[in-house]
Write a protein that binds this ligand. Structure first.
Ligand SMILES: NC(=O)c1ccc[n+]([C@@H]2O[C@H](COP(=O)([O-])OP(=O)(O)OC[C@H]3O[C@@H](n4cnc5c(N)ncnc54)[C@H](OP(=O)(O)O)[C@@H]3O)[C@@H](O)[C@H]2O)c1
Length: 221
């Protein structure tokens, strides 16, 4: 698990919900410090975290953005505009959000680009990556396995920022998954609901084959 200096040590999760909690518990188990930022409704977040993610710490927006090596955004897609994007300049930010039909479809206009490309425009100085969005929160914890285990699953990521690739691989490894680098952020579309990589238990070759087949049939989506 995490030892190398290239890996992050502090994870800040915006959105202490189902997937945000699962990510935090896995990160804590791997030795990361884990911070949470809640919604304005979370007026007493720390007692809740003491039960749901013991060892994690509730902090404010600025504190989280300043202290985190990696920021994870895990709020509903429809609430994304309520996040403090201006604080994320020069930070590595993981977009774990999905446009999820039962929750978001009727309330938000369909983006022209992938959702993470849309989000990247909200702060061009931010280093946004797409991952942790294409596996259910229960599976994240159930299927987390040590490196080298033959049953270990693969999580894919996409980013435009080469300097973050090692950190993302280290984070996913620490959470219990092999990492597959899909390349530029635009490739994250394949990890979204309705696309070839979403919710599927594939190894790296399987992801690449599924995406290539989809691209040959439908172009870029
Ligand atoms: N559930 C999954 O298995 C899964 C897996 C992968 C990715 N995702 C994606 O991850 C995101 C979260 O899903 P979820 O199922 O974890 O949702 P959830 O259980 O509803 O949790 C979302 C949390 O975000 C909080 N929140 C809302 N606005 C916020 C803000 N501005 N700052 C900080 N926190 C805020 C919510 O608080 P309030 O309740 O007070 O609004 C809630 O605690 C979604 O985009 C989803 O598509 C989900």
């Amino acid at each position: 698990m995490a030892t190398a200096d290239a890996r992050g040590r502090t994870l800040a999760v915006f959105g202490p919900g189902k997937v945000g909690e699962a990510i935090g518990r896995l990160a804590l188990a791997a030795g990361w410090d884990v911070l949470y930022v809640g919604s304005p409704r979370h007026t007493s977040l720390q007692p809740f975290l003491d039960v749901s993610v013991p060892g994690s710490v509730a902090v404010g927006h600025e504190d989280a953005a300043r202290r985190a090596d990696v920021i994870v955004l895990a709020v509903p897609y429809g609430a994304a505009r309520t996040l403090p994007w201006h604080l994320f300049a020069d930070r590595l930010v993981v977009d774990a959000m999905n446009r999820w039909p039962p929750v978001d479809w009727s309330r938000t206009p369909l983006p022209e680009r992938s959702t993470s490309e849309e989000h990247a425009l909200l702060n061009p100085r931010m280093r946004l990556a797409k991952t942790l969005n294409h596996l259910g929160f229960g599976d994240l914890e159930d299927d987390s396995l040590p490196a080298g285990d033959p049953l270990r699953r693969t999580l894919a990521f996409a980013t435009d920022h080469d300097r973050d690739r090692a950190t993302l691989i280290g984070l996913l490894d620490d959470l219990g998954f092999d990492a597959l680098d899909l390349g530029p952020l635009a490739e994250g579309r394949w990890l979204e609901p309705g696309f070839a990589g979403f919710g599927r238990d594939l190894d790296a070759a399987g992801f690449r084959a599924a995406i290539a087949k989809s691209r040959s049939l439908y172009g870029n989506g």
